[in-house]
Each structure stands twice: as structure tokens, then as C-alpha cells.
Write a protein that binds this ligand. Structure first.
Ligand SMILES: Cc1ncc(COP(=O)(O)O)c(C=O)c1O
Length: 424
């Protein structure tokens, strides 16, 4: 079979594909029973949320709305009724100057980023090649291989603030950051996957200024942010203006199987995205927007996010951090301050093996994590720090977390111990 350059570009076993395969193998019972999945990005099945979705689906089945959503195409911009309710909700809640002309629905945020990056970056009509600036790497693994052109990212290593209690926090290094002629957009995830970092309001305002001064958009990946699902443990303000492209998703609200992404952007960008949606998908999926619309109409979106989802994850994150710090006493181990999202970012300073090797050793023992190296794409010089970090999901049951963290602690003790002995 002969495949095109496009085909070759996408016919690779990327980090994100490996991750999703691991997750699927586990869901389908293909992997060794008992494997502990601390790698994937599936949200938790929060009992109250599961009951809520059950109840709302039954209600919508009864009144015909679910079947209607399943049996009809929406327009290429996405379900009009949902777009209208959401724009009114955001206008009322945050005072943003938006209308139905600022929202596009996609089949999940992953597709939103595929669209946005390729609309903006890569080869331009004048032959120039443009890039997306990621001001703080580590950044979301799912962006890494989305480019139709190669090498569409330029990313920067952060400043590391050392905190008490063996924690640390990344900050954007604004002194280093430069927006060259080839930069066509700035993109950040906030809260950040993989680290659980939440960029401060000040960092966001500085990025907004930088974007405006350079006449490029600021893309904010709000998959875990405000107002939903609100997996965010810091007091920060949500952000949007005409120059911002804010990407949201129903996934971390608990509905990843519905594949629904939401892009809030300028009217001009909304039109471009709508045209693209028509060509690629005819229309985005209708079921997610129908359910989200019902939640909005019942006025329950904020309650679910603030009173159920946020406290659930905050407690789980705290449990996992305490467990990690108690189980791994080595002072070379630190954890990024958990400020949001569903992951913990572990840093093993002076780790004598690579994080990929650590991942393989842990996989052999039956615990899946994600090695740090995958999250530093777009760097000019690959940092040693990347090989000392790994990402851990903290959403599993307490029992799974205990077993998984115990195995990680044992392996880390082996790895550090193995080099200490010859030096003694
Ligand atoms: C930061 C971030 N952005 C985007 C996505 C993609 O989400 P979706 O399920 O909406 O495609 C994820 C999924 O884990 C994510 O963590």
C-alpha cells in the first residue's frame, strides 16, 4: 500500500496512541488482570455523577430528546440550542461579551486542537512556516503529534519554584520567552495536564498582552477549568476576550465517551471552524450538546462542578500526595503542587535511569504511569529534568492508589539504591 505524506505523518505510534491503547486494553480486560492503571486520563466515575447522568438520560429518553439527538444531524457549528444557552450562561456568569456567533462544537477537545493548530501553524501561503508557542513545557501530550507539518511547536522550559513539604511549582520564564516572526499563536493548558499546575492570573494577563502585541491569538485549554468541570484547587479567574480561543470539553465532567468539545473564539474564527467542521464531520455529535443543554436548563451545571466534582478531586489529590510523600521518603523526590486537573507530576532528581526505563520497569511490575519525556516536545535542547519526571493519575480507588504507589516506592528505592551502593 502506498500512503501519502499526510498518511505517513499520522501512521506513527505516538505517545498519545500508546496511552489510549493502554487504557483500552485495561477497559476491555486485555491486559493482565490486576494491572494498576495510573497512566490514563479517564475521569473518575463519581457515584453521585453516575447517578445524575443515569437520571438525566432516563428523563431525556422518556421525553424523546435523546432519541431525537441520536437521529438527527445538527448544523456544522453544532447544536444551536446548546450554543445559545451556553453563550447566555457565560455572558451572565462572567460578563463576557459573547453570543452564538462565538461558539463552535467539535467532537472533543482533541479534535479542537487538531483543527486550531493546523489552521494556524505549519506552511503558510507565502511559503513561511509558522509555529505554536508553548510558553511552559511540560505540556499536554495530546498536542505533540497533531501537526500536518512537522515541528509545529516551540516550547520553553519553566522556572522551578521549590516549595515546602517536598513540593514545587512551575512558572513561565518570561525573561526567556520570545515571540519571533514565525510564532502564530500562544497555547497553554490551564490547569495543565500533566503537572496539575494552574497558571496564575498574572501569568495569563502577561500572555494576553504578549499575544495582543504580536497580533496572534492566545489559546487556553480549559479542559479541567472553570466553570466546568472545575477541577481546580486555586482561586483564579477564568479568562476570555476576542483575542482568546478558549477550548472546553464535556469529558472531565464525566462524559468522555460523548466526544464533545467546545471552542469559544472570535466570530471570524468561529466561521472558519464551522466551515472546517462541515467538511471533516458534516456536523459534530449531537448527544453531548443535548445532554449539556439539559443540564444548563435545569440550572445544575455550577452545582455539579462546584459542590460534587471539585471537592471529590481535591480530596483524592490530597490523599495521593500524602501517600506519595510518606511512601517515598527520599529527599530527591518532589511532587508538583496539585492545583488542578487529574494528575500528579513526580520529580525524581538525579534519577540514574530515564523515565522511559522507569515506566517500563513499573509496567513489568503491573503499574502503568506515563514517562516525563513525552511532555517536552518543541524544546530546542531536551532537558535532563524531563527524564526525571513522570505523570500519575490519582483518580483510582484508594486501594489501587496504595498498591500502585507502593510499587513505585519500591522501584524508586531500588533505582536510587543501586547507584548508592557502589559509591559507598
Ligand atoms: C489538557 C487536555 N486537553 C484536551 C484533552 C482532550 O479532551 P477531549 O476528551 O475533549 O478530546 C485532554 C484529555 O485528557 C486534556 O487533558
Amino acid at each position: 500500500m502506498k500512503i501519502s505524506s499526510f498518511g505517513q505523518n499520522f501512521n506513527q505510534y505516538s505517545g498519545i496512541t500508546q496511552l489510549m491503547n493502554d487504557l483500552n486494553d485495561l477497559n476491555e480486560g486485555i491486559r493482565t488482570p490486576g494491572t494498576l492503571m495510573l497512566g490514563g486520563g479517564n475521569p473518575a466515575a463519581i457515584p453521585e455523577i453516575v447517578d445524575y447522568f443515569q437520571q438525566i438520560s432516563e428523563e431525556m429518553l422518556q421525553d424523546g430528546e435523546l432519541i431525537s439527538a441520536m437521529m438527527n444531524y445538527d448544523g456544522p457549528q453544532g447544536k444551536n440550542s446548546f450554543i445559545k444557552s451556553l453563550s447566555l450562561f457565560l455572558k451572565k456568569t462572567y460578563g463576557w461579551d459573547i453570543s452564538e456567533k462565538n461558539i463552535t462544537i467539535t467532537n472533543g477537545s482533541q479534535s479542537s486542537f487538531f483543527y486550531l493548530f493546523n489552521l494556524l501553524a505549519g506552511k503558510q501561503p507565502d511559503g513561511k512556516k509558522n509555529k505554536i508557542l508553548l510558553p511552559l513545557a511540560p505540556e499536554y501530550i495530546g498536542y505533540a503529534d497533531t501537526g500536518l507539518d512537522e515541528d509545529i511547536f516551540a516550547s520553553y522550559f519553566p522556572e522551578i519554584e521549590i516549595l515546602d513539604n517536598r513540593q514545587f511549582k512551575y512558572h513561565i520564564n518570561f525573561d526567556e520567552l520570545s515571540v519571533n516572526d514565525d510564532i502564530c499563536a500562544i497555547c497553554v493548558s490551564r490547569p495543565t495536564n500533566p503537572t496539575g499546575n494552574v497558571l496564575t492570573d498574572d501569568e495569563i494577563h502577561q500572555l494576553n498582552k504578549l499575544a495582543r502585541e504580536n497580533n496572534i491569538p492566545l489559546i487556553i485549554d480549559n479542559a479541567y477549568g472553570l466553570p466546568f468541570p472545575n477541577i481546580i484547587f486555586e482561586e483564579v479567574a477564568p479568562f476570555w476576550n476576542e483575542n482568546t480561543i478558549l477550548c472546553m470539553s464535556l469529558s472531565k465532567l464525566g462524559l468522555p465517551g460523548l466526544r464533545c468539545g467546545i471552542i469559544i473564539s472570535s466570530e471570524e474564527m468561529t466561521q472558519v471552524l464551522t466551515n472546517l467542521n462541515g467538511i471533516v464531520n458534516l456536523a459534530p455529535s449531537s448527544v453531548g450538546p443535548a445532554i449539556a443543554n439539559r443540564i444548563l436548563h435545569r440550572n445544575e451545571l455550577l452545582h455539579l462542578s462546584e459542590d460534587v466534582i471539585q471537592p471529590y478531586y481535591a480530596e483524592k489529590a490530597k490523599f495521593a500526595v500524602d501517600l506519595l510523600l510518606n511512601s517515598i521518603p527520599d529527599p530527591k523526590f518532589r511532587v508538583h503542587k496539585p492545583q488542578g486537573a487529574i494528575f500528579l507530576w513526580l520529580w525524581f532528581d538525579e534519577l540514574p535511569i530515564s523515565s522511559i526505563e522507569l515506566y517500563q520497569r513499573l509496567k513489568a511490575r503491573g503499574v502503568l504511569v506515563v514517562p516525563g519525556e513525552y511532555f517536552f516536545f518543541g524544546q530546542e535542547v531536551f532537558p535532563q529534568h524531563a527524564s526525571q519526571c513522570l505523570r500519575l493519575s490519582y483518580v483510582q480507588s484508594e486501594e489501587t492508589m496504595r498498591k500502585g504507589i507502593q510499587m513505585i516506592a519500591e522501584e524508586i528505592a531500588n533505582v536510587y539504591g543501586a547507584v548508592l551502593v557502589p559509591n559507598d
